[in-house]
Design a protein around this ligand. Structure first.
Ligand code: FAD
Length: 542
């Protein structure tokens, strides 16, 4: 352990862990990041397919302000920040067997006009009202929920005030997103399109609270492409952490958190190496933390999410193929009929959906191509054709939702191949043909792969499903019941997605710093960007 300075071990170099590490190092703490993979990013890592690097995790980057605030706080020079380009078309939507597609734009007025043409002028006007409502919901929840350390229901009611409560009451306090959308739009295709935003939190629109309409607002306020791919964002964060003095160790896996006299004081790695620390931040799935504690203390970790309560997993195909017949945008959504059956299949029948929505990210399209020239994930121009691929091929990530049962069954070829055939059939019925000439042009991942990569998750990509109003308050906060042990990542508050996981890293760093600073005695601590959190005296277990 470095002498004279407090030492923090951060386990996991996902976005939450990297943000916590960079902020803590910037504040002068000695920080060691332990990551079992060979590169930073966690879910935000590319796969090499047919000799090129394809983003195989998150592809939709929203809430740019989270990163702007963060890079400002870290004192990042322009060259140390990822180059972000706003997308003009947020996403192109197609429905099986229907010739018309619907684009949503960064410009809300253009979206309303497109909806009026696609559906009806009345639906265009309803969309405008829906945007206003979603913006109000977002505005009410950003401070008391997204920026706040794990809010309690009663505390949030107080923070919301009369106006905020009135906004949420207008949604119908216990309505699901699907119910509310049923009252906001008459065209079932629009209900389907806006209901899909529940899946950004790994939820079913038929079980997610109506408040998740705020995801629609988040997307309306901008989607960005990252030069060099999403991995470039991870590399920037890792670089800033290292620049601030953090040590990043790859191929280093946590075996156990060492607890002495009731507090975390180090870690033991697989292989037996022991590292002493004043505090530990765990960025793996919160459901896994108990596994890393001494048996008598597993109860101090968050209760693992039961399989039935897990969020969505996915089957993904990272592809390098020629495409024809459909004008792909960067983000494309292909819908089937009977949307409810997709979630019934996944959450109730626990099987791959018969009529699953297919999302396709065409990574060489839209503003600012990713520029991932090879398996290295390095930033730079591709030297490829106009679409960035070799020989007219382009990089795609295709994804369908799946049950998070990766720890309970294998998802072998007998399940995956029919699913792939169904997906290709849907794409074909929407006019899109993928020319898959060789098996080397595709790398697939299943819930079992995601479970292997992210232990404890069962393959769930977003922690617990955001089902029911109270689910917003069930996620663990940054502080655990063991002093010196903290959580960061998409499975804890404020929730999943790259910006929210980044936010959790900020909250973990700030909570840890507040606890270390035993002199603080005020009832609330504020950190830059307006976040607030309980002080050492009021947090769960200082
Ligand atoms: C296919 C897919 C599509 C997605 N699409 C989007 C999207 O479009 N937009 C969006 O915002 N979000 C999306 N997400 C979600 C987003 O990627 C995650 O919410 C976010 O990246 C999670 O970050 P995290 O901080 O929780 O860390 P994670 O990414 O979960 O990383 C955790 C890290 O901890 C490491 N680790 C775990 N246990 C140990 C251990 N014992 N020892 C050492 N290291 C360990 C793991 O190797 C991993 O690197 C998607 C995710 C996936 C998989």
């Amino acid at each position: 352990m470095p002498e004279g300075r407090r030492h923090v071990v951060v386990v996991g170099a996902g976005v939450g862990g990297l943000v916590a590490a960079a902020l803590l190092a910037r504040r002068g703490l000695a920080v060691t990041v332990l990551e079992s993979a060979d590169a930073p990013g966690g879910k935000m890592r590319p796969l090499t397919v047919d000799g090129v690097a394809v983003d195989a995790g998150p592809t939709v980057l929203t809430m740019r302000w989270v990163f702007d605030e963060l890079f400002d706080e870290l004192g990042a020079a322009p060259g140390q920040r990822p180059a972000l380009t706003p997308l003009d078309v947020l996403a192109r939507h197609a429905w099986r067997g229907q010739p018309d597609t619907l684009d949503l734009f960064a410009d809300r007025r253009r979206s309303a006009e497109a909806i009026a043409r696609f559906s009806s002028p009345a639906e265009g006007r309803r969309f405008e009202r829906f945007c206003d409502e979603a913006a109000r919901v977002y505005a009410q929840l950003e401070g008391p929920y997204i920026r706040s350390s794990r809010p309690r229901f009663a505390q949030m009611v107080g923070d919301l005030g009369v106006r905020g409560l009135a906004t949420l009451a207008a949604l119908g306090p216990f309505s699901t997103l699907a119910q509310t959308l049923g009252r906001r739009f008459t065209d079932p295709r629009l209900q389907q399109l806006f209901g899909r935003y529940a899946t950004y939190c790994g939820a079913s629109p038929w079980a997610a609270p109506a408040t998740l309409m705020l995801v629609s607002h988040v997307e309306q306020t901008g989607v960005w492409s990252v030069a060099g791919g999403m991995a470039a964002l991870a590399r920037c964060l890792a670089g800033l952490a290292a620049g601030a003095g953090a040590t990043l160790r790859y191929g280093a896996t946590l075996e156990q958190v060492v607890i002495e006299r009731g507090r975390a004081c180090g870690v033991v790695l697989t292989g037996g190496e022991r590292i002493a620390a004043d505090a530990v931040v765990f960025n793996g799935d919160a459901s896994r933390l108990g596994h890393h504690l001494p048996p008598e203390l597993t109860g101090a970790a968050p209760v693992p999410v039961a399989p039935a309560a897990r969020s969505l997993s996915a089957v993904t195909w990272a592809l390098h193929v020629r495409t024809r017949g459909f004008a792909l945008e960067r983000h494309n959504v292909f819908f089937d009929a009977d949307y409810a059956s997709e979630f019934d299949d996944i959450f109730r029948r626990r099987r791959l959906p018969e009529r699953g929505t297919v999302y396709v990210c065409a990574q060489d399209r839209g503003a600012g191509t990713l520029g991932l020239p090879g398996g290295t994930g390095e930033t730079g121009e591709t030297g490829h054709d106009g679409r960035g691929g070799h020989n007219g091929r382009e990089r795609l990530l295709a994804l369908i939702n799946a049950p998070a049962d990766g720890d309970r069954r294998s998802f072998d070829a007998s399940e995956i191949e029919p699913c792939q055939t169904r997906c290709l059939g849907l794409l074909s019925d929407c006019g899109l043909t993928l020319e898959l000439d060789s098996p080397a042009q595709v790398v697939s991942r299943t819930p079992a792969d995601f479970q292997r990569l992210f232990p404890g998750s069962g393959g769930a990509l977003y922690g617990a499903a955001t089902h029911g109003w109270m689910s917003l308050f069930r996620r663990s906060g940054a502080a655990t019941r063991l002093p010196g042990l903290y959580l960061a990542g998409g499975s804890v508050h404020p929730g999943p997605g790259v910006p929210m996981a980044a936010m959790s890293g900020r909250l973990a760093a700030a909570t840890l710093l507040a606890h270390l600073d035993s002199t603080r005695r005020s009832s609330r601590v504020r950190i830059s960007g307006g976040m607030s959190m309980p002080s050492a005296t009021t947090a769960a277990t200082p």
